[in-house]
Ligand binder design. Structure first.
Ligand code: 4AD
Ligand code: MG
Length: 463
């Protein structure tokens, strides 16, 4: 029987069974006694399984001795208890078939034991074969699955909001244009502008920065919804927490206010951390040992404690009186920079903290105006080591108040969004959780470029 390596390592296959595994060589050691030890990984588990190949194999000298890291093999043999430390079982090979050779062991790009993460980003096609990226890949997939399960079990419908859209949800002008026009030969509208009516969509079109506006419409029909997919931002920031293409989870709930929104964010994060610790024990043990010594303890601390919630005004007060010298000074009205967010989460609380009710000037048009008329019902969840991982708000459901924040052009474009405030409007709220920032928080990895298979950043889209 062909089995995933994980099943053998988890003890699901009885010792004495004949098994076949298929995978790639992580390493090989040849002993003088005429035995080779092959470590075979297939992506199903953190560890490779050891196969012991004796020189009595017909192809021992002609093939087994020539194998090198990265070769694809199929190994058949008896599953036996292992003598070696750190592994419970191994395969006593009766056949080793080479499925794919590594052409030249000397030039195999990831043959060396340890590479920097910077180097591995240049080998995005091969880095999933390393144990770190294998672990990240499994944790990412487990998290995605846990997100869908969480919402499904609670009666949320998953809405597939469009990737191509005409609206700029965040109003930050960070849009990638989608066009079939010939840049060198743009059609003119007679007033000196470009005639986008001649374009494929007969108007301007962009890659979405957020599915929120479209998901709100479904929320005001289905009550509990979420969208989860890729989003795009042309922000020219070369940092460890920004990608031009990233994934976002955006739930939206009707008949709900900001407190309900913060409750949902807290409950979701706790659920996800619990699931990852349960399901990816092997990978999490690795992250704890090699990437971040406190990661498991940190996640347990989040699960076991109530999130602290503070007002933006209080956060400013804390930052002004903490005695720390920041690069950017803060006062009421300034947006929080990453150094401020991290201070609040790391030094002030030591765990994720929810900051609520920001000044309206620094937040998006759709956030609900508070009674003080200076702040909006916004919330950010700030995490130690990262800063903002969630941004959300209660939405402005009153048409007149919404209109006061829109210019004529926006009113025209967002006619359908305004309709939602004219036909059966209700208080509603939602948030966006950055999936790569979440993955960094869960694994202790420092750069979002290592949390997505193919990172897109300024200057890098080819591969
Ligand atoms: O705070 P943001 O911009 O919120 C929204 O887009 C809302 N429309 C969401 C909503 O209410 N439905 O982004 C939400 C989260 C951030 O907290 C951050 O985790 C992540 O998305 N994010 C990014 N992650 C990686 N690279 C980028 N360039 C990111 N920009 C935002
Ligand atoms: Mg934000």
């Amino acid at each position: 029987q062909i089995i995933p390596v994980a099943r053998a390592l988890r003890g699901e296959i009885a010792v004495g069974e004949q098994v076949t595994v298929r995978g790639w060589l992580r390493s090989k050691r040849d002993s003088k006694a005429g035995i080779s030890f092959l470590a075979v990984h297939d992506g199903s588990a953190f560890d490779a399984i050891q196969a012991v190949a004796p020189e009595s194999l017909a192809n021992y000298a002609s093939e087994v001795l020539k194998l090198s890291t990265g070769c694809a093999v199929e190994v058949t043999g008896e599953l036996v208890a292992s003598q070696g430390k750190g592994q419970s079982v191994e395969i006593q090979a009766s056949a080793v078939t080479v499925v794919g050779w590594v052409e030249d062991a000397e030039t195999y790009p990831i043959a060396k034991k340890r590479h920097t993460f910077e180097y591995l980003r240049t080998q995005a096609h091969l880095r999933p074969r390393t144990n770190t990226f294998g672990a990240i890949t499994r944790v990412r997939s487990t998290l995605a699955n846990a997100i869908h399960n969480y919402f499904h079990e609670r009666g949320f419908n998953w809405i597939n909001t469009p990737i191509i859209t005409g609206s700029d949800c965040e109003g930050a002008g960070e849009l990638f244009r989608v066009s079939t026009l010939d840049l060198a030969n743009l059609p003119r509208d007679g007033k000196g502008g470009v005639n986008f009516e001649a374009d494929f969509f007969a108007g301007e079109a962009f890659l979405t920065v957020s599915g929120q506006l479209e998901v709100e419409a479904y929320c005001l029909a289905m009550s509990k919804v979420y969208t989860f997919g890729p989003t795009f931002r042309a922000e020219n920031s070369n940092t460890s927490r920004h990608l031009a293409e990233f994934w976002m989870v955006e739930p939206e709930i009707a008949f709900a206010d900001l407190a309900d929104d913060a409750d949902l964010a807290e409950d979701l994060l706790k659920h996800l951390f619990t699931r990852v610790l349960e399901e990816r024990e092997d990978d999490m043990a690795f992250f704890q040992q090699r990437i971040d010594k406190t990661v498991i303890e940190r996640l347990r601390g989040v699960i076991d404690n109530r999130f602290e919630r503070i007002d933006y005004a209080e956060a400013i007060d804390i930052l002004q009186n903490c005695g720390r010298k920041f690069e950017f000074p803060v006062a009421w009205g300034t947006d929080l920079a990453s150094e401020h967010e991290r201070f609040l989460a790391e030094e002030h609380v030591g765990r994720p903290v929810v900051v609520m009710n920001y000044p309206k000037e620094i937040k998006a048009f759709y956030m609900r105006l508070n009674d003080d008329e200076r702040t909006v019902a916004a919330m950010d969840v700030l995490a130690p080591g990262i800063g903002e991982i969630i941004g959300g708000s209660q939405r402005e459901e009153r048409l007149d108040v919404l209109d006061a924040r829109l210019d004529d052009h926006q009113k025209e474009d967002l006619w359908w969004y305004r309709d939602l405030r004219r036909y059966g409007t209700v208080p509603h709220a939602g948030f966006g959780l950055g999936f790569e920032r979440l993955l960094n928080y869960v694994t202790g990895m420092e750069n979002v470029r290592d949390a997505i298979p193919y990172p897109r950043t300024p200057g890098h889209a080819d591969f």
